[in-house]
Design a binder for this molecule. Sequence first.
Ligand code: SIN
Ligand code: CO
Length: 342
Amino acid sequence: MLGGLTPRAFLRRHWQKRPLFVRGALPRFAGMIDASALCVLARRDDVESRIVERRGNRWETEHGPFERISIRDSRWTILVSGVNLHLAAADDLLRRFQFIPQARLDDVMVSYATPGGGVGPHVDSYDVFLVQGFGRRRWRVGRREYLTGPGDLLYVPPGMRHDGVALGPCATYSVGFRAPRGAELGAAFLDWLHERGLPDAAYRDPGLRPTTNPSLIPKQMLDFTSSVLGKISWSRKDALGFLGEYLTMPKAHVVFRPFRPGSGARPLRRSLVRLDAKTQLLYSGQRFFINGEAVIVPRRHASALRKLADSRLLDGERLAAQPLAALICGWRRLGYLHFERP
Ligand code: SIN
Ligand code: CO
């Protein structure tokens, strides 16, 4: 897929450095969803979508969900994010990039465009692999131009200007990554600290004297503030706890479908356990994070759970000992994973 490069060589030479174009990277790839199925997704309120239409040198964007979609003959494009959450084949495409940590993988966005369509020249703050589905598109990346057809792959590093114009009706699959900015992490971390309880001493000033400068901020109040803030502390462990919850937190519109036990309840021991495409399960040592929640697992069970996290699929037999089994069954009830016939 990387044009003869090993993942190691790709990461060293191209990742966050320079584009890579690979003709026929995914042979026989013609995409996995057609325009009308994409429009069906764009009408759902649990799916993020937009339509971009070019008028002269302006690109007008409308955000979904859409009630009615009329595909224009030209200069029109519809983009649907998170298609991997709804379509197993798109999830498979995302997982082909597993040589990059899952904490970095974001989603597969699919766009369908009519001739002249595209989102216009722009830079993204994240890395993206653009895989061409059916049809052709002309990409300008920095100062270079690439004509892509079905199965071609173009890697664009963050911050590099690019512009893809549809040459005919065409579909493009963008495998995108996430790289949180410091300010975003900082703000989310402060919320996390707040939820865990911040020092909450009450301010008191029993020795207060009458003031002749009523607008002056009292020194005592500043001392109190500075001492309270000085008590806010965290360890690397807390940073991990925060990061794991943050990275696995489902996006706002993601909903899990809880499992309703029916007559054909399949026992864990005789099932193949598969993580739901919407589930993010990450770990560090014995600490696991699933869809925004943290769990610590006894050492003897950690390796089986790590295996499930890495391969997203595991023989139920390996997860069937307590207390791990109870955890797995709980996650099944929440719709975080499914039991399948082996
Ligand atoms: C597109 O699919 O039209 C846009 C993808 C991108 O520029 O990242
Ligand atoms: Co882009």
